[in-house]
Design a protein around this ligand. Structure first.
Ligand code: NAD
Length: 401
C-alpha cells in the first residue's frame, strides 16, 4: 500500500491535471514548508524515564497560520503527519477560512499511560515546540486520541488560549466545537442530498468508528430520522438491520469500553461492516480503510468521509466505476477546523459567541463550500474529490507567496 503522503499528492495532481494550475504552485505544495521532529522525555509513574518521539509538520501558510490536530497513536509516522498537514491546507482553503495546513503527532499508545503521564507528555510536546507553535504561527487542535483535556494542557503550558483550539469552554473553548466535525458533515450532506438522489428510503447509514467524530455523527443521523444500521470501534462492530438505538449504544460503549455485545444487535467485523448495503457509508476511523482489496465489495450508494484519507486513489477509481459518489474528507470533515477557526477568532478578539451564532456561521460556511465544490465537479465533469481539490488549488493560487 502506498504511503498516505503519496496518496495526498496523487489526489492533488489528479485534480491539477483537469484545471489550469500554475506549475509553481504545485511545486511548492509538493513539499511541506517545515518538518519538526522532537524527542520528549517523560518521568513515568514508576520513576523510570521513557522517551517519546513527536512531530509537527507545517505544510503551507499562504492563507494564514498553520492549523491542524495533534494525533496520539502507536503507529504515527512522518508520512502520515505530512499527509494530514497537506489535507489541512486544502481543507482550510475549501471551507474558506484564513488558515494554512499543519499537523502534529506523538508515537504513543495513550491507553498505556496514566492521566499524569499523558499530561507530562503533552506539556513536554509543547515545550519542545517552543517557537514552532503560537497564536499567529501555528495553532494545533485535537485529533485521534486527543481531546479537550489535552488541549487545555497545551494552552496552559504555552500560556495563551489562542495557541490551540478544541479546549474546554472554561479554558476558552468555543460553543459547538465538540460537535462541529459531525454537524458540518451533516450540513454538507443536507446540501447534496437531493443532487445525490438520497431519497428517504435510502436514508440508512453505516459508520466505521465510534469516537469524537463517528459517535456524534451517529447521534445526529439518528436524531434526524436516519436508520443507523451498524457502527464499530477498533475492537469490531455491531449491526442491526432494523437500526441501532444510538443513545443506548453510547451508554453501552461508556460502560464496557466497546460497542460490541450490544443487546439486540449482532457483532460484526470491521471488514464485513464496510460491505453492508446502505444509502450512506461514513468512514470515521483511520486512513486507508477502503483500498483496492475491498472497494469492490462496497454496496453503499454514497460515501461521506469524516475520517481523513480513508480511501486510497485506487479505491477511488473502483468506487467511481461502480457509480458510488464519494464526498471527500477535505469538504466532509471541514466543519471541525471551521469552528476551530471561530474559537481562535474569539480568543484573539476576547469575544464569546453563543452556540446558535456558531451554528449559523458553520451552516453558511458548509453550504457555500459544498456548492463551490459541486460547481467545480460540474464544470470539469469530474468527481467531488477532484472538484474539492480544484477549488483548494484555485484558492491557494490566489494567495501564492
Ligand atoms: P477518536 O480517537 O475519537 O475515534 C476514532 C474511532 O475509530 C474510535 O472509535 C476507534 O476505536 C475507532 N477505530 C480505530 N481504528 C479502527 C479500525 N481499524 N476500524 C474501526 N474503527 C477503528 O478520533 P476522531 O477524532 O473521531 O477521529 C476519527 C477520524 O476523523 C480521523 O481520521 C480524524 O483525523 C478525523 N477527523 C476528526 C476530527 C475531529 O474534530 N475529531 C476532525 C476532522 C477529521
Amino acid at each position: 500500500m502506498p504511503n498516505v503522503f503519496e496518496n495526498a499528492l496523487n489526489q492533488i495532481h489528479r485534480a491539477a491535471e483537469l484545471a489550469k494550475i500554475d506549475e509553481n504552485v504545485l511545486k511548492q505544495i509538493n513539499i511541506p514548508m517545515r518538518e519538526v521532529r522532537v524527542a520528549i522525555p517523560v518521568k513515568m509513574d514508576d520513576g523510570s524515564l521513557r522517551m517519546f518521539e513527536g512531530f509537527r509538520v507545517q505544510h503551507n501558510n499562504w492563507r494564514g497560520p498553520f492549523k491542524g490536530g495533534i494525533r496520539y497513536h502507536q503507529q504515527v509516522d512522518i508520512h502520515e503527519v505530512k499527509a494530514l498537514a497537506t489535507w489541512m491546507t486544502f481543507k482550510c482553503a475549501v471551507c474558506g477560512i484564513p488558515m494554512g495546513g499543519g499537523k502534529g503527532g506523538v508515537i504513543v499508545n495513550p491507553k498505556e499511560l496514566s492521566e499524569a503521564e499523558l499530561e507530562k507528555l503533552t506539556r513536554g510536546w509543547v515545550r519542545s515546540m517552543k517557537g514552532v507553535i503560537g497564536p499567529e504561527i501555528d495553532v494545533p487542535a485535537p485529533d485521534l486520541n486527543t481531546t479537550p483535556r489535552e488541549m487545555d494542557w497545551v494552552a496552559d503550558e504555552f500560556g495563551h488560549p489562542a495557541v490551540v483550539t478544541g479546549k474546554t469552554i472554561k479554558a476558552g473553548g468555543s460553543a459547538g466545537r465538540g460537535t462541529a466535525t459531525a454537524t458540518g458533515g451533516y450540513y454538507v450532506l443536507e446540501t447534496l442530498k437531493e443532487r445525490l438522489l438520497l431519497e428517504p428510503e435510502m436514508q440508512s447509514v453505516v459508520i466505521q468508528g465510534f469516537g469524537n467524530a463517528g459517535r456524534m455523527m451517529a447521534q445526529i443521523m439518528h436524531r434526524h430520522g436516519w436508520k443507523v444500521l451498524a457502527t464499530s470501534d477498533s475492537s469490531g462492530g455491531v449491526y442491526n438491520p432494523a437500526g441501532l438505538d444510538i443513545d443506548a449504544l453510547a451508554k453501552h460503549k461508556d460502560e464496557t469500553k466497546s460497542v460490541q455485545n450490544f443487546a439486540g444487535a449482532q457483532n460484526i467485523t470491521n471488514e464485513k461492516l464496510l460491505e453492508i448495503e446502505c444509502g450512506l457509508l461514513i468512514p470515521a476511523a483511520m486512513e486507508n480503510q477502503i483500498h483496492a482489496g475491498n472497494a469492490g465489495n462496497i454496496k453503499a450508494k454514497v460515501m461521506l468521509e469524516l475520517a481523513n484519507g480513508p480511501t486510497t486513489p485506487e479505491a477511488d477509481d473502483i468506487l467511481r466505476e461502480k457509480g458510488i459518489e464519494v464526498i471527500p474528507d477535505i469538504l466532509a470533515n471541514s466543519g471541525g477546523v471551521t469552528v476551530s477557526y471561530y474559537e481562535w477568532e474569539q480568543n484573539m478578539k476576547g469575544e464569546v459567541w453563543t452556540e446558535s451564532q456558531v451554528d449559523d456561521k458553520l451552516k453558511l460556511a458548509m453550504t457555500e463550500a459544498t456548492n463551490a465544490v459541486w460547481e467545480r465537479k460540474e464544470k470539469y465533469n469530474t468527481d467531488l474529490r477532484r472538484g474539492a481539490f480544484i477549488l483548494g488549488l484555485e484558492r491557494l493560487q490566489e494567495t501564492q507567496k
